[in-house]
Design a protein around this ligand. Sequence first.
Ligand SMILES: C[S@@+](CC[C@H](N)C(=O)[O-])C[C@H]1O[C@@H](n2cnc3c(N)ncnc32)[C@H](O)[C@@H]1O
Length: 269
Amino acid sequence: MSSTAQTTTGFAERYQSILVPVIFEPWARELIRRADPQAGEHILDLGCGTGVVTRQVAALNLPLGSLTSVDHSQEMLDVARRLSKDSGLNAEWIQADASALPFKNEMFELAFCQQALQFFPDRPAALHELHRVLKPDGRVVCCVQGALDVNPMLLAQAKALDEFVGPTAGDAVRAICSLPDAHTLRDLFEEAGFHKVRVEPVTLDLQHPDARAFAVGAMGGMHTGDKLSGLAQANIDGATDAFLTGLGPCFDGIGMQFPHLSHVVQART
Ligand SMILES: C[S@@+](CC[C@H](N)C(=O)[O-])C[C@H]1O[C@@H](n2cnc3c(N)ncnc32)[C@H](O)[C@@H]1O
């Protein structure tokens, strides 16, 4: 038997099957409730990943003007396209960088950007682009992960990766929490030209019935890539055990329940 773990599923498929139901579906519900999409609107999902926000908007069954989703990762878009084909969803999936959107000015009434702004290498350019492609009085609803030390599930992951994968492996988790400050967020949106910028800390209580299964899927299914395949099985087991221990009171011996804090930004052009 090989001494390294074999993965049969790509990280985007794991992101979709493990992380999306636990983390990103609940956030999508929260953002869509706040955005209140209307019939006839042209809607953009920026940094769409495997398309969870897009699918939930489509599930509203409104006669939308259009539904357009952008990501720079081909692998994430491949999963999104497969799922939308399976369900007959009518969205346009476009591979592009957030800082150079391939759209004319003033195309959309509403844009979502769920847990993606913190990863854009040029955040000001991305928000200027977002502002440019929104119509006058268009609205954006965005969420961005809060600080690592107030997100116990991510803190446990970062420590486990540092210890068992490599001294900088936890940086993939720190990147998720790399835009934790509400004032910085407000400034970024205002400097891009947005008005009525509201930044609100929101905590969702999230859970998974099998914390061990989640651990392997989560560390192998980050959108920044699989952190586990290629490791010796002993290190995968070590990272998993360290994650479960690091969860502290969020782990009940089988399942996990944890607070997940993000800032929700709502603004208008
Ligand atoms: C944590 S995922 C969130 C995806 C999705 N919004 C969700 O809620 O599941 C972050 C996404 O941002 C995308 N992304 C990162 N940098 C980007 C860029 N410069 N332009 C477009 N997409 C980018 C990644 O490929 C990834 O799919």
